[in-house]
Design a protein around this ligand. Structure first.
Ligand code: RIB
Ligand code: CA
Length: 347
């Protein structure tokens, strides 16, 4: 069966790890490149984590391009200061998992992914897999330029690299089949309306991508907080008995425990979202998407409410053209079966 050519842009991250395992183990995708971005952790750590996961599962042939350290316009320190200022402006209590603390240098998802970005499993000290000589944007451009067919881009972190690609290589946008992204949210409110981690980290990049004219399917919180993995999923993966199964088991257990504790207001018990894997699954098998809406989605960047917010016109009252397919639900049992099967197909 013809494999679908894809580029995965990620910030591993536990759910990014699952996205990489699913993409490689599904045997349905031709992963032309993996590129990295800062988000869940520093660029150094997300790049190291991507190299570790890919080598560990046997995907040594997949080139890895390191992305850019900061968002397109605002650096992380500035972004964190803005988020704290916004919270004070709106007299908002710290969101679950966010402690009132001095703005950090680097915005990271440490509350969910730990200090390394992939806490819960220790990869071998030595990893022969090295990053490519060229950076993320150049590598993506090379893949698009050389591909005989259109390529699907699957961003599972902040959209910095994709925004830079759109700006630097507009002539290559015709080579993108579509962008299947994890990010944004329409009607599901985690801590603040319209806010999601990936889009809030680089508002300008998000706006560039959403206004690029490239077809976008958005797997945001509306679907990722409905399609949850459970302890039975972990048990099935553990029972596989291979290296990948042991690594995935350890990391899914950690991620579930950190979600259940840090997002206590959601009352999640022995279940957790695996956000990024949804965006990959939708490319592998579009029939998994059981509910979606074509909506007009704009991105706030003016600092009025929440920069990076995906403002989705889910009532259609603005009468503006729909530019994004927003996913609301997927077939959870079949999705979880894919995760188990993919883990089995890896090293
Ligand atoms: O909001 C969830 C997203 O932010 C996921 O991609 C997770 O890995 C983090 O990057
Ligand atoms: Ca991610």
């Amino acid at each position: 069966m013809r494999k679908i050519p894809v580029i995965i842009d990620c910030d591993p991250g536990h759910d990014d790890m699952m996205a990489l395992v699913l993409a490689y183990g599904s045997k349905a995708l031709d992963i032309r490149a993996v590129t990295t971005v800062a988000g869940n952790n520093t660029l150094d750590n997300t790049t190291r984590n991507a190299l570790n996961v890919l080598h560990y599962i046997g995907a040594d042939e997949v080139p890895v391009g390191r992305g850019t350290k900061n968002p397109i316009v605002r650096d992380h320190q500035e972004r964190i200061a803005q988020l704290y200022a916004m919270r004070r402006k709106w007299k908002m209590t710290p969101a679950a998992g966010e402690k009132e603390q001095e703005p950090k240098k680097q915005v990271t998802g440490a509350s969910a992914h730990g200090v390394s970005g992939l806490d819960g499993f220790t990869f071998p000290e030595e990893n022969p897999k090295r990053e490519a000589s060229m950076g993320a944007v150049e590598l993506m451009a090379k893949v698009l330029r050389e591909s005989e067919e259109k390529v699907t881009i699957i961003p599972t972190g902040p959209l910095t690299n994709i925004g830079l690609l759109v700006r630097a290589f507009p002539d290559l946008l015709c080579k993108i089949e579509r962008i299947s992204m994890m990010g944004g949210t329409s009607e599901f409110v985690l801590n603040r309306p319209f806010m999601e981690f990936n889009t809030l980290l680089d508002p300008e990049a998000t706006k560039i991508v959403f206004e690029s004219g490239v077809p976008i399917i958005m797997f945001g919180y509306d679907v990722t907080y409905r399609v949850l993995y459970d302890t039975e999923t972990i048990r099935r993966i553990e029972a596989i008995g291979n290296d990948t199964g042991r690594m995935v088991t350890a990391l899914l257990k950690y991620f579930m425990a950190s979600h259940n504790s840090s997002l206590s207001h959601l009352n999640l018990k022995d279940v957790a979202p695996i956000h990024d894997a949804c965006a990959v699954a939708g490319v592998i098998d579009p029939t998994l998407v059981t509910e979606s809406k074509m909506l007009h989605v704009d991105i706030e960047t003016a600092g009025t409410y929440f920069d990076g917010a995906t403002v989705c016109d889910y009532t259609g009252c603005l009468k503006l053209p729909a530019n994004v397919e927003v996913v609301y639900n997927m077939d959870t049992p079949r999705f979880l079966d894919l995760l188990v099967k993919a883990s089995e197909n890896c090293k």
